[in-house]
Design a protein. Structure first.
Length: 250
């Protein structure tokens, strides 16, 4: 039996001369530029959305104990909060692969800070337990855990326990929500899939519109897991980190 990977990569784009290649690419570039301009227009409309006031005194829990939503701004005018899904009492391999996937890619925050914006994770689970996961993963971004009542206030009208990106603006001591997104909207935090979108085989997922014979080896959340755990966890195990999150069940 042939190796599945060999079979998958036996199919490839047609080979043409350089002139033909550049002509085809130039035609695609017209669509890419239109897509970029539309993205700019959508971003401009996003900046013109109205906003809703949020109580800046909503309590959250951080490394130094209780604090407020207003404190999470760290003195900056804008706050980008990622609401991390959490599975209480579960070990590291059982935690959300999607949230692990996007959060693992948010590393360097200095560019956000230079634009007067703070990025923070608001984990939808117990602080001590989830903070151990943050340490296990080697993440350094600010990490908070809003109590249940706080989550219901912060995500009013939305599904608590679902991944969200929520953007806030601070004016003095007043806090306003300016935008939120969920599901594929959280790909704003991703760079791996955006880079794969530039390649010949793309993300290699079954939902993609690819030519016949192209490798599409990943389905559902499989693309975020390898051998039963979120993909980015394997490097942490090799570095000697433990799956133990200090839960009652483990």
């Amino acid at each position: 039996m042939k190796d599945a990977m060999t079979d998958a990569f036996a199919t490839a784009p047609a080979v043409v001369d350089r002139s033909t290649f550049e002509t085809e690419l130039a035609a695609l570039r017209v669509r890419e530029k239109a897509h970029t301009r539309e993205g700019d227009a959508i971003a401009a409309a996003r900046r013109r959305l109205p906003m809703a006031e949020v109580d800046g005194a909503i309590p959250i829990i951080g490394e130094r104990g209780p604090l407020t939503l207003l404190d999470a701004f760290e003195g900056r005018r804008m706050l980008i909060a990622y609401y991390f899904m959490w599975r209480p009492g579960q070990t590291a391999p059982e935690q959300c692969e999607g949230c692990t996937w996007v959060t693992s890619q948010v590393r360097e925050l200095s560019y956000l800070h230079s634009r007067d914006a703070t990025f923070a994770v608001f984990c939808q689970g117990p602080y001590e337990e989830s903070a151990r996961y943050r340490a296990f993963m080697g993440w350094e971004m600010p990490w908070y855990s809003p109590p249940k009542a706080s989550l219901e206030s912060l995500l009013v009208g939305r599904r608590v326990g679902m991944m969200h990106i929520v953007c806030y603006l601070r004016q003095g001591t007043k806090v306003f929500e300016t935008y939120w997104t969920t599901r594929r909207g959280v790909e704003a935090m991703d760079n791996s899939f955006r880079l794969l979108d530039l390649t010949a085989y793309g993300r290699q997922e079954t939902w993609e519109d690819s030519p016949n014979g192209w490798p599409q080896r990943f389905e559902g959340t499989q693309h975020m897991r390898i051998d039963g755990r979120p993909t980015s966890q394997w490097s942490r195990l090799r570095a000697g980190y433990s799956d133990d999150l200090g839960t009652d069940s483990h």
